[in-house]
Write a protein that binds this ligand. Structure first.
Ligand SMILES: Nc1ncnc2c1ncn2[C@@H]1O[C@H](COP(=O)(O)OP(=O)(O)OP(=O)(O)O)[C@@H](O)[C@H]1O
Length: 242
């Protein structure tokens, strides 16, 4: 059973002019899949539609075999798909630990969930009582991902993981994602501007150009053929960040 199966997904901001068209995307348990593409290609739009934040104009999405027929954000969360948006959407005036506790519905599980996040991101331990808005960018990203993983997702969607972060922090976060995927079978879909960084962590990649998936292949195949992604980008205004 695939962790995520998306067939013929069409979405966007107006029904008349959908900016993502007829996208098929399958992600297996434990797989890390990156979405690449030039600026404005539709990567964020795709993640938002998968997680129910934007309407679907066509197509089906299923998480672990459960069809998200309603297409609402809560359907996605209940089925086990959680989005870390590019602005991280933390409660900035609540502390780190409050942000984490709020994400866990069962009171009895809250303390263990906080411990789990500290195990993956030890640097958050000394920051538990600090307001999320006062954390560094890297700590905020760790908290946003921590808040997602305490919900025990089957599919974790992360938009612009590395944006504004120091490379050493990005490496630490990518290591944690690799461990989580291997240990728990969680599937990860990562939107990332930096092609080589994304391909170094991902198992597979989909290249989105003008709202269509033009390439769907293993990361190793794409790394072995460097010109292929650039050729897919050609004719667009985006640039390939490496
Ligand atoms: N809120 C919005 N209302 C209308 N159009 C939007 C909105 N947000 C994005 N768009 C348009 O939708 C298209 C896809 O944008 P999207 O942000 O999904 O691209 P992206 O691949 O994530 O780009 P980037 O890498 O620059 O973040 C673009 O043409 C963009 O201008």
């Amino acid at each position: 059973m695939s962790a995520l199966q998306c067939k013929g997904l069409t979405t966007g901001y107006t029904k008349q002019r959908p900016c993502v068209r007829d996208v098929d995307l399958t992600v297996e348990p434990g797989e890390i899949r990156c979405l690449l593409g030039p600026n404005g290609a539709g990567k964020t739009t795709l993640l938002m539609a998968l997680s129910g934040m934007l309407p679907r104009f066509g197509g089906d999405v299923a998480v672990d075999g459960t069809s998200l027929a309603g297409g609402r954000p809560r359907d996605a969360v209940r089925a086990g798909m959680v989005l870390v948006p590019d602005d991280r959407a933390l409660f900035r005036q609540l502390s780190t630990v409050q942000n984490l506790r709020l994400a866990v519905r069962e009171r009895s599980r809250r303390a263990a969930a906080v411990d789990q996040v500290i195990e993956y991101f030890p640097s958050l331990e000394k920051r538990l009582k600090i307001d999320a808005g006062r954390l560094s960018g890297g700590e905020q990203q760790m908290l946003a991902i921590g808040r997602a993983i305490v919900q025990r997702p089957k599919v974790l969607l992360i938009d612009e993981l590395s944006m504004g972060l120091a490379p050493v922090i990005v490496d630490e976060i990518l290591d944690v994602l690799r461990r989580l995927a291997a240990d728990t079978g969680m599937a990860v879909v990562l939107v990332e501007q930096h092609v080589h960084l994304a391909l170094s962590v991902a198992d597979t990649a989909a290249v989105v150009v003008h709202g269509n998936v033009l390439i769907d292949d293993s990361a190793s195949a794409l790394l072995a053929e460097p010109g292929r992604i650039e050729r897919a980008y050609m004719g667009t205004e985006g640039s390939v960040a490496v």
